[in-house]
Design a protein around this ligand. Sequence first.
Ligand code: UD1
Length: 429
Amino acid sequence: MDRIRIEGGRRLSGAIPISGAKNATLPLMIASLLTDQKLTLENVPALADVALLKRILANHGVDYMVSGKRAGDAPNIGETLTLSAENIVDTTAPYELVSRMRASFWVVGPLLARMREARVSLPGGCAIGTRPVDFFLMGLEALGAKIDIEGGYVVAKAPKGLSGARVHFPHVSVGATHTIMMAATLAKGETLIENAASEPEVRNLADCLIKMGAKIDGAGTPKIRISGVDALQGTTHRVLSDRIETGTYAMAVAAAGGDVLLEHAEPGTLQAALDAITQAGAEITETNAGIRVCRNSSGLNPVDITTEPFPGFPTDLQAQFMALMTRAKGTSHIRETIFENRFMHVQELARLGADIHLDGQDATVHGVEHLKGAQVMATDLRASVSLVIAGLAAEGETEVNRVYHLDRGFERLEQKLSACGADIERLSG
Ligand code: UD1
């Protein structure tokens, strides 16, 4: 199993190209199931989750093609991926594939809308809480589907097709919003989704669906109105920049010190996180090329945050911000309200000398003067990158084990950081 070795204490300086967003790419790829025409996605990141979803879609009969680099392309340009679901040959998404990534469950919406049936294994993914699928099932039932759970599979049927309806989610769910929005594009009549997720990835997906011929209003707000159409067509669409990757590197610079341009970053997609990093003492400037993050040798201020649905502070940056706060001059409070078990990084950060007290969904972080390198274990995707941030800011050597979690969501992390002067390398085996 690969490990990452970091010799901490180096300032970061230079530029980091931000990749296309994993969390936008996945639903966009799944949207290819809604049409028999070709969907071309640009700026697709090379990540393990994207590779896994290619396999899952291929199992349904989706052909895919990745365009190679062209002369003159920037070295860090994302892939162009063309997906064609001309013939869906299998409406089952099997356990072996779905259990490895929760987002693959979302195929249930498009399969049901287009094929009038879907058999999808209950999901797995990062172990960050129970993560049930009740909102999905409630939404699909509202659209007229008959749902049974059989042997760990959700079996959904709508022999006469789906019909538009009012769907009110009890809590904001990104995945349920993506899924019901996609399903409703091909339902008869109008669907109103209330308490919808307004994350930028939902907006990015809706923009693509609209280009495919869907009639959608209000994506990016808590109320989305969809008028069903008979069929969708192919299009070309660009994946937006990854706001979680952007925030992660911004926090890495704030933790290690330095001056880095985050190329292609879209500040409007992570304002709450940028505000928190600024309060912590880094300087953030928006430029035409992206976001520039600087922190000189002055210390870090403690900042309290609470994770919330967009536009609040994202749960996917909570672990990274905690790593930053471990070295603040004072005490900060971090409240996790989205997932109940998303503090697994705490005991690993403690191995580096962090002083963190946990009480249910609240973490109290007492800043320490120095972190000291140690062997640590990645437990989930975002937790693992928080250990990298702490390692960059620590004295001495840190080794992060189980980095396959990182490869699910961070493209070429070691290369991007070492190009900015970090002493970081991947050790194989
Ligand atoms: C997505 C993101 C993930 C991010 C999360 C919250 C992708 C691929 N993943 O995950 O990175 O951390 O949004 O911003 O985009 N819930 C239920 N019942 C349901 C559905 C959800 O109770 O049917 C709960 C979950 O357990 C969780 C909360 O709702 O407590 C939010 O989850 P949700 O927004 O659905 O997360 P994902 O879409 O899985």
